[in-house]
Design a binder for this molecule. Structure first.
Ligand SMILES: [Zn+2]
Length: 164
């Protein structure tokens, strides 16, 4: 019997993420940001078929991190832009047949269009005009956006709360 498999009376210090066959693994999410990533992706109990696993406070060489695993779903560019707003240092791994076929860091775009709603209710982008919200990214830590129409600045929680 392998001693390592005997977990009696031992608190596992690290959660091992089991491999998935197809899907997306979002790694290196800063500690305690996993729920925000889920929110950004719109993965709610009601409208999801995929199996989603979350590991929070996982030990890594760079400190604690969160990991989100979404089975049978490959994220598209628009999803990644959204993720970068709440987890700018996340790594995205696309998995097919248990192999990582694509791995890259999310990149904070220079401009964010049509993803976030301006917090200023009187902003022209919130009226019934056919105007798409548009923000310039003016800060990375924390992510800070500035509305192109009303110049209102938004950061952190305000951004994740206003993701469309
Ligand atoms: Zn605005």
């Amino acid at each position: 019997m392998n001693e390592d498999e005997n977990e009696m009376d031992e608190e596992p210090k690290q959660i091992k993420i089991t491999p998935i066959k197809h899907g997306t693994v979002i790694d290196h999410i800063r500690k305690a940001q996993a729920m925000k990533v889920l929110r950004i992706l719109g993965l709610r109990e009601d409208d999801i078929d995929s199996i989603v696993s979350i590991a929070m406070n996982v030990d890594s060489s760079l400190g604690k991190k969160d990991i989100v695993k979404v089975e049978d779903m490959e994220l598209i560019e628009e999803d990644l832009d959204k993720i970068s707003l709440v987890a700018p240092e996340a790594t995205v791994n696309i998995i097919r047949d248990y192999k990582v076929i694509d791995k890259h860091r999310v990149q904070l775009p220079e401009m964010v269009k049509g993803i976030v709603r301006c917090k200023n209710k009187n902003c022209i982008s919130n009226q019934n005009e056919p105007v798409i919200s548009e923000f310039k990214v003016i800060g990375e830590y924390p992510v800070t956006l500035k509305c192109e129409y009303c110049e209102r600045e938004m950061k952190g929680e305000e951004i994740s709360e206003n993701v469309i």
